[in-house]
Design a binder for this molecule. Structure first.
Ligand SMILES: C[S@@+](CC[C@H](N)C(=O)[O-])C[C@H]1O[C@@H](n2cnc3c(N)ncnc32)[C@H](O)[C@@H]1O
Length: 218
């Protein structure tokens, strides 16, 4: 069992579920970049980990130089690793890795509204459905109309939590573009588009509460 979120990332080396999840997330990021009009593509990653999903995609993507991104992550060791990757890719001028609280609206000011929101490993770490609805509501502050939203949600004990997320997203104005389960069958990865308006100011400063713990990550 990982004792912290830094250690949790080691599971990417051994767990097929996470490896397959990453592959699909990167496929969706590449799709979203390809579908974006010419010019700057703004991206935020909420609770970014070490940023391997976005950075691993940009490594081989023709639109990499168009991306202007802000990644927000609270674990300083993960941020340090992500920053080293950004340097090694030569993307330091366009990708900011903030060591801060991704639940606070202030940490996105200056980087939004965006074309692509990456919110992976978050929905399973919210207390309940009300908290998910609150976060989705607040995504209208981060997103341009038409923004792509890439998300993950694990299923467990025969409960298809990811199906519930799909229903809630569709009902909240996030049109489904794609959805896949990992080959392991227990992790959903979705690509949706925000069809509402951008909100110039957040409804509340606290966008959501992240209540998950690494030993029980979903
Ligand atoms: C399940 S991991 C997902 C990481 C990454 N998005 C991925 O999919 O590989 C959840 C991440 O959220 C981060 N986190 C937890 N609470 C946070 C907060 N309040 N602000 C920013 N990051 C947070 C953790 O440190 C951890 O890296």
């Amino acid at each position: 069992m990982p004792k912290d979120w830094y250690e949790w990332h080691d599971l990417y080396d051994t767990e097929p579920k996470l490896q397959q999840r990453l592959e699909i997330v990167q496929e969706y990021i590449a799709y979203s970049l390809n579908a974006s009009p010419s010019g700057t593509i703004r991206v935020v990653s909420v609770c970014a980990g070490d940023g391997r999903d976005l950075l691993g995609t940009l490594k081989n993507h023709s639109r990499a130089k168009d991306v202007s991104a802000r990644l927000v992550e609270i674990n300083s060791n993960l941020v340090e690793r992500g920053r080293a990757t950004i340097e090694s890719l030569g993307l330091a001028k366009q990708i900011e890795f903030i060591n801060g609280d991704a639940t606070l609206a202030t940490n996105y000011v200056g980087a939004i509204p965006v074309d692509i929101v990456i919110v992976c490993g978050v929905f399973g770490n919210l207390a309940d459905e009300a908290e998910l609805n609150r976060l989705l509501d607040n995504l209208s502050f981060l997103s341009k109309p038409g923004a792509f939203v890439i998300w993950t949600r694990g299923d467990s004990n025969g409960i298809t939590y990811s199906d519930n997320v799909r229903k809630i997203l569709s009902a909240s104005g996030f049109e489904e573009v794609n959805f896949k389960l990992t080959a392991t069958g227990d992790m959903g990865v979705g690509l949706n588009r925000y069809r509402g308006e951008n909100l110039a100011a957040p409804k509340e400063q606290q966008l959501f509460v992240f209540s998950g713990i690494p030993s029980k990550a979903r």
